[in-house]
Each structure stands twice: as C-alpha cells, then as structure tokens.
Ligand binder design. Structure first.
Ligand code: PLP
Length: 906
C-alpha cells in the first residue's frame, strides 16, 4: 500500500508516485468493471480512496497532471462515475509512464476535456511538437482562479517557433517551494513574487523529510525583499542550476540594485510578464547550448576538399573501400563527416581555444561551479599529470594517499616531487583500504613544520570518493590543512565523483563547492572574529593541534583547489572524456603559464573532436537533468541494497557492506551505522558531520560465504554466465555501481542473477560428497578469515630521502625511478632471496613500481625498502595480474652498490 509514510523512504517519492498512479489505474478499471456488472466493490473503493489520498500529498508539486485534473478525478470518484474516473486515470498514467505529457499528450484533461476523452474521441492535445519540456515554479499566494488565469496567460504567449515549452507549478509558501525543488526534477526555473507565505497553509507532515523545517522561522519578521532573498539562497543551495527570477510590484530599480547574485533578473509584475516568459526560455536555452557540438555538426555538413591528413575525414577512405565499408554500416556516416583535423572553419583548437571550445569550457565551469574548466581527451590519468606538472616544481613536497590511482604516482615521478605517502585506514577483513584520516594528514604537516620544511610543502592529493565509495569531508580537510599551511594546493581526484555536483546532499563534499564555501567564509567579517577568538585560545602543542578543529587565518589562507573528473565514468561522455576544474585564487599569477605548458606536454596535437563534443553534450545533460538522473541512480542503488539484504537465500551467501562495516565508528561523529537506510534526513546528518561517509551509489557486496574469490566471481559467475560487467573486486567482495544510465529493469536483472548464483551454490552444496563438502568449507574459511594484513608504506631508503632534522619520510621517486634505466644498477631477486637478505640485516630497495590488480595500489614504488609485511602480503595474493613483477625472475631491485652511490649523491 502506498501510504504517506513510504514517501519518507529515501528518495523514492518518484517511484512511489508512478507506482501509485499505476495501481490507481488498476483499481479504477476494476471499479468500472464492477459497476458495469452492478457488483459491489466497497473494498476496491476503499483502496482507491487511499491511493488518491497518497497522491494528494505529492501531486501539488507537479504541473502534470496538475491539481485541477487531480481534483476532477477525485470528484468523478466521489460521484461514483467510475467509467469516466477510470478513463481520466488511465490517460494520466499513460502520459506519465510514457512521458508523453512532455510532448503534449494528456494535457487536454487539464482543460476539462475528459468528457470528450470519455467518448473515445480524444481532443487535440497541447501543441508542443517535439520541443523539450520543463516546469517553472511560481511562489506566490494565489487563489485557484488567479492560478488558472496565470496558466492560461503563460500558454497564450507560446509561439510555434519556441525552442522549449513549459508549464507552471504554483505554490503559496516558501515551505512548499523547497519541497517542490527537492521533489520535482522537471523544474528549471523559479519565479519568486513578493507575496508568499513562510509556512504552508495545509498539513505537509507526510513530507517532513523533504521540508526545510527552519525556513518559515527564518522568514518571520523580515521585509518582503529579504524574504525573497532568503528563499532564493535556499533554493540556490539545493538546486544551483535553477534560474531564479524576482517579480515585484514596487521599486524594481531599487530592488535590482541590491539583488542577490542568485537572481538572474528582476521584473516589474505588471510590465514584465512577457519579458519574464522570454527570459525563462532564454535561461534554459543558455544551458541547452553546446557550442562545440554545434560547431562540429555544422562543419560536418559543409562540403570540403581535404588536402591534409586524416583520410577518414568525411568517410573518404572508407566509402569507396572494397574491404572496410562495414565500418560505415556499424558507425554510421555522421561520425566520419565529423572527423576533421581542421581548427578553423568555425571549429577551434584545444591547445589554444578562442571560439566554441572556449565557450564550451566556460559553460562547463558554470555548471560545475568552477572558476575555470579545461577539457581533457585522454582521461583523468592525463588530467592528473597535467595538474601535477603545472603546480609542482622539482623538490616540492607533496602529500598523497599511497592508495591513489597510478597516474598520481607517475605524475609525481615526472614532476620530480618529494613524495610523502599517506596511509589510508585499512579494511583488512575485505583486503581494501578506506581513506586517509585527517589526523594522519595533519600530523604529517606538523612533522614537516617541526623539521623546518613546511615552506617546501606544495600540494595534497586525495581521491574523493575512493573507488569503494568512501567520501571525505572536503571542506574540513581543506580548512584544517590551511590552518597549518595557508598556501597549500589541493588536488581532489574526483574521477568517480563528477555526478556528485548534481545532488544537494553530495554537493558540499565536492571540491568545487567546498572551495567556494571556504573562500566565501574567509571573506566574512564574522569569520574573522571567530578566527581571532580561536587563535587566542589555541594551545600550540602538536597533540592539541591534532585534537582540535583548526581554523585557517583569513589574512593568510589562499584557496587553491583543483579537481579532476572522469566525465566518462559517471556522466555522459565518450571514453576518455575528462575535465579539470579549478578554483585557484592564485592561478593567473602563479600557475597559468605552467598550466599551459603542462597541458601542451600531455595533450595530443590531434585531439579527438568526438570526445570533446561529447563532453559538451554531457555538460548540457548534467545541467538540465543531472538532478533527476542522480536521484534515480541513488534510488536504484538503495533498491538494490534492500533487495539483496532482505532476500533470505541471498542473505545466506552475500550481503551489502554497510557504512559501519566500511567506516570505523571513530570517523562517524553522527553515530549513525546505516545513514542510508534511515531516510534523507539521516543521510544529510551523516554527510554534514562525519569525517567519512559512504557513497550510496556504490555497493560492495561481501561474498565470502560463497567460497568464491572476488575475481573468479566477477569472471566466471557474473560475466561468463550472465553478461554482467563490473569493474572492481577484492579478495571477498565485488563492487556494483549504479550510474545515471542504470535502469530499473537492469537492477531487477542483477537481483535475478544473484539469486540464480545463490541457488546454484545452494544446490551444489546439498549434492556434495563429504570430500567435496570439506573442500567447499575450506574455500569458505579462506575467504572469510583474515589474510595477511594490507602493507603500510614501508618507507623510502635513506638514499632517496632528503636530509632533515628530525627526519621526515618524503622521497625522490624520480631519481629512484630513472636510476633503474641503468641495467648495471639493478638485479632480479626471487622473494626468498629478498627475505634472506632482509634477515641478514640488509635493506632491499625496489627499482620499480609493483602493482597487483586487485587491489590496484603499488605495493612497492621505486626507492622503497622491502618489508616483511610487503612480502607476506604478496605471498598471500592469488591475483594473476601483478604489474612490475615477474614470478619467473622475481623482483627488480637495486644492487647494494647502486644504493650506496645514490646515497652519496643526495
Ligand atoms: C581514482 C582514479 N583516478 C583516476 C583514474 C583514471 O581515470 P581515466 O580512466 O579517466 O583515465 C581512475 C581510473 O580508474 C581512478 O580510479
């Protein structure tokens, strides 16, 4: 039963809405049938009435079918006109399910045409053609008649050549405006009028989880202008992409002068209605623009003669080929028409953009809340190297999670950084890492300060979120680090987090939003006062500094933040499409030139235009429907979790790792073990307070009890048998991710597959002979009992570290790496030999990166000393893929002579 309480579940209102309409269609048609046969249908009527009640609560926030149609359906039901009632419900539901209301179908009901619909003679629906459709929120106290008139007026402005069509959602209060913004993903703009209430006039307690309990209080006693500004700020925080307009009857000129930057424009109520309409269309058109995609499409239709490279351009080398014409059949001709090496003719150069590419990047910066954005065509692997080279000079000290992606290790090696590896907290039970605790970062900075090296510390690089979905408190990490080192540069690797910008709970933990928040805070006079009090009370010893929450000095701190995102991993883009976003207050002064050089170093002079165009389109999509898509993605993830964990057979063999299992209690100030399960409010609470939170869209499935290891489960069970692709595994887990392309039916398929796998295992276990049972029990024991602990970074050999008193652990990976180019400095040692030498008191030094997949982090880097922990971990591993290690010949290590000479040269 779709009761109101279920609206409180995570984000599932939209599924509840569509399910409730579908069930209403079923019951209304049963009612109609019963009335035809003159049969009693009291039970059915009761269910129908409950369904209508459930819808009453949420329908007010959508333009379609709208409150008028809803009321008409209710009236028909109350009057027991079940046939007409069933027909209205069926039409609404069909339009909702197929989304045909977006192109006009079903709207005639809003004009009172259900009688005609009843006769089977459907009237022509609203003429919107195939124009994209959206909804506009109007916040104003209106009577039903005024509201009706307003809708009619807006419709009368429509022109056949409009690019978009829209309808209005009218709410009377700020409280309802917030709920509408949270629920209705069709909203693209909001018009705030001066007369609106703070609190809703009717009971919304069933939607308490979507409400902002403080807004009505905050508005009380404020001037009308202030009220509008407060509401605008709240809406902008929730949905920064919404275009906000203010409509006022008085003093437009004065209001315009002190309008908050959240409003796009202010209009005079009587004069500005048509202009407002045109501005609403123009606002959406601005986000819809895809300058580079459009330029490329335009170019591809121009006849050109190619006396240059790229025979494939315009399909020339393919169309007439006798042997590869199937290439056109498969890819279509357009992609080749769009293949060109031209940078003129309306196109642009990625290395020096001045036209459509530059505009596309500017639009991306706006969408992602960055000061600047650069497109990258070779993945975040390259984006990371570009940022590293741009910011780091040889000898600069960089703090980095040792468990980061390989591109950071290579980028730091190339840049000549002194690398200080940070240890993430380990999850030995699942052979994976969490994230780096703030305490570890602060203590490393304090140690460098004690050694007099703080001036050489340049950058902190962290992965947010991690592959397994652990998310940092980005704002807090940056503030506390800036309190110790005010000009520290941050690189947040958001390869897996581009989508996070589009959900209000995730957004504060993204690099660009956190950078903006910190920068704004540092400018506030109240913050300065708070800082001064804090500084006066601060005990200066290291232990106190580690314990306390530190505040940066607003007079000294600089906000210098970079983020790299694999657009292709979580949003729409062709493979390798990535973006670098930045919010660096010192960019123009300190980095712009080196950034340009770094970009040139790593970027092809023949970048792939299709990737660039797809980044432009991916940005458009994120800006216009990111909010909706990310909500759905989360919802599917939650459904998947619920379905797995509540299935009795699955529960025998697998379960989804919870927040409590992946994030130790010491990092969860909220005390919530399962914030994802207990509604949006709990999730928000954890995301506001906890040092680490779990991204709900990533699900680590623990499969220890199957006795099958993660890699085999992925290959033999999921891929070979059922064609399900996943990426990451650990010894006893497999990682499922939902993304913005995930469908409800693919989630259902995955559950079906997991049940089949569990059933197979169950059947096999029952039929096993005693010997086979013993083998199976041993396999289960192996997967579920502890294995060798994950090895911490053991340290660089002194020959590759810099001098200092007290010594600090950073090392020169570049020197250690290039030394190995001289074969005479290296030798190969089997693991036993390494162990023997260590037992004899010798330090054995790796000459290469050694990276097993999984888990995918380098267990050894050049210049690192072997440890017992490293050897036992490697011995216990049963992964076939280990980069940098050949079991036939052993580890590549430096000869003791080489190490000795390297030590004298430091
Ligand atoms: C944390 C992290 N950073 C960077 C990358 C590289 O991204 P791309 O595949 O876009 O080059 C990956 C790839 O898996 C990653 O996991």
């Amino acid at each position: 039963m779709a009761d109101n309480s279920s609206v409180r579940a995570y984000n599932s209102w939209w599924q509840i809405r569509s399910d409730t309409w579908s069930r209403l269609e079923e019951t209304s048609s049963q009612l109609a049938d019963a009335s035809l046969r003159d049969e009693p249908a009291d039970g059915m009527a009761e269910t129908t009435s409950e369904l209508l009640d459930a819808l009453a609560l949420i329908e007010q926030f959508w333009a379609f079918p709208g409150t008028e149609v809803y009321q008409r359906a209710r009236d028909l039901f109350a009057a027991a006109k079940y046939h007409r009632f069933a027909r209205v419900v069926a039409r609404v539901n069909r339009a909702l399910v197929t989304e045909s209301y977006r192109t006009g179908s079903g709207w005639s009901l809003a004009d009172g045409d259900d009688e005609k619909a009843d006769s089977g003679d459907a009237p022509a629906d609203r003429d919107t053609g195939a124009r994209p459709y959206f909804e506009v929120l109007v916040v104003e106290t209106l009577t039903a008649a005024q509201e009706h008139a307003l809708r009619q007026e807006v419709r009368s402005w429509r022109r056949p050549d409009d690019h978009f069509s829209y309808e209005l959602v009218v709410v009377n209060s700020a409280e309802e405006a917030i709920i509408a913004a949270r629920m209705n993903a069709n909203l693209q703009a909001c018009v705030i009028r001066r007369r609106f209430a703070g609190a809703a006039a009717h009971d919304l307690s069933g939607l308490a989880h979507f409400a902002d309990s403080r807004i009505a209080g905050d508005l009380a006693g404020q001037t009308q202008d202030e009220r509008a500004q407060i509401l605008a700020r709240r809406l902008a925080r929730l949905r920064p992409e919404l275009d906000l307009y203010l409509m006022t009857e008085i003093g437009v000129e004065d209001t315009a002068g002190h309008l908050s930057h959240h409003f796009r424009r202010v209009f005079h109520a009587r004069e500005g209605a048509l202009e407002l309409h045109l501005s609403i269309l123009a606002g959406v058109a601005a986000r819809y623009r895809t300058p580079f995609f459009e330029a490329l499409r335009h170019y591809s239709h121009r006849p050109t003669g190619v006396f240059h490279a790229l025979p494939i351009s315009q399909g020339n080398s393919i169309v007439s080929s006798h042997w590869i014409s199937d290439m056109i059949g498969f890819y279509g001709l357009d992609i080749f028409l769009a293949e060109t090496s031209a940078t003129g003719g309306g196109l642009d150069s990625l290395l020096e953009p001045t036209g459509p590419l530059r505009q596309a990047q500017q639009l991306a910066a706006e969408t992602f809340g960055a000061r600047r954005t650069y497109f990258v065509t070779n993945g975040t692997s390259t984006a990371n190297k570009i940022v590293a080279q741009a910011v780091i000079a040889p000898g600069d000290i960089v703090l980095v999670d040792r468990n980061c992606h390989q591109s950071h290790h290579y980028g730091l090696m190339l840049a000549g950084a002194q690398v200080s590896y940070l240890n993430a907290y380990p999850l030995h039970e699942y052979s994976m890492y969490g994230a780096v605790p703030l305490r570890e970062i602060k203590s490393r900075l304090l140690a460098l300060r004690a050694a007099g090296k703080l001036d050489r510390v340049k950058m902190l690089m962290l992965t947010n979120c991690t592959f397994d979905g652990i998310v940092y408190d980005v704002e807090r990490v940056m503030e506390e680090c800036l309190a110790i080192k005010p000009d520290l540069v941050f690189l947040w690797d958001e390869a897996w987090f581009a989508f996070a910008r589009f959900h209000p709970v995730y957004r504060p933990r993204t690099a660009m939003r956190a950078a903006r928040t910190v920068a704004e805070r540092l400018r506030q006079p109240e913050y300065r006062a708070r800082y001064e009090l804090h500084a006066a009370q601060l005990a200066g010893d290291d232990e106190s500094l580690l314990e306390q929450r530190l505040l940066p000095d607003p007079a000294r701190a600089r906000v210098r933040v970079y983020s790299t995102q694999s657009t292709h991993k979580t949003l729409t883009s062709l493979r390798q499409g990535s973006m670098i976003h930045m919010h660096d207050q010192d960019f123009a002064q300190k980095v712009e030139e080196s950034f340009h050089e770094a970009y040139m170093t790593h970027t092809s002079t023949s970048p792939n235009y299709q990737i660039l165009a797809s980044l432009d389109l991916g940005r458009r999509q994120a800006s216009l429907e990111g909010f909706e898509l990310v909500q759905r993605q989360l919802e599917y993830a939650m459904r998947l979790r619920d379905a797995i964990d509540h299935h009795p057979l699955l529960a025998k063999y697998m379960h989804c790792l919870s927040t409590a299992e992946l994030i130790p209690a010491e990092f969860r100030a909220s005390g919530l073990d399962q914030p994802l399960r207990s509604g949006l409010d709990s999730m928000s609470k954890a995301w506001e307070q906890d040092e680490f939170v779990l991204d709900p869209s990533r699900i680590s499935l623990y499969i220890g009890a199957t006795g099958i290891d993660g890699a085999t489960f992925k290959r033999e069970q999921l891929m070979d048998k059922f064609g399900i692709q996943i990426n990451k595994t650990s010894r006893n887990t497999v990682l499922f991710m939902t993304n913005i392309g995930t469908k409800r039916s693919s989630v259902a398929y995955l559950i079906e597959v997991l049940v089949k796998i569990a059933r197979d295992i169950d059947d096999q276990v029952v039929e096993m002979s005693p010997v086979e049972q013993a083998v199976h029990a041993r396999a289960v024991l192996k997967q579920t009992s502890p294995c060798a602990p994950l090895p911490d970074f053991s340290g660089f050999h002194a020959a590759f570290t810099s001098r200092g008193d007290p010594p600090t652990p950073e090392g020169d990976v570049r020197r250690a790496f290039f030394l190995s180019y001289d074969d005479t400095q290296c030798e190969y040692l089997p693991p036993d030999e390494v162990e023997q030498r260590m037992e004899a008191g010798q330090q054995v030094v790796s000459a290469s990166f050694v990276t097993p997949y999984p888990p995918g982090f380098p267990v050894l880097v050049p210049g690192q000393v072997f440890s017992q922990q490293v050897l036992s971990f490697m011995r216990d591993l049963d992964t076939p893929e280990i980069h940098g290690y050949n079991p036939q010949i052993g580890y590549r290590v430096y000869t003791s002579k080489a190490v000795e000479i390297a030590g004298t040269g430091r």
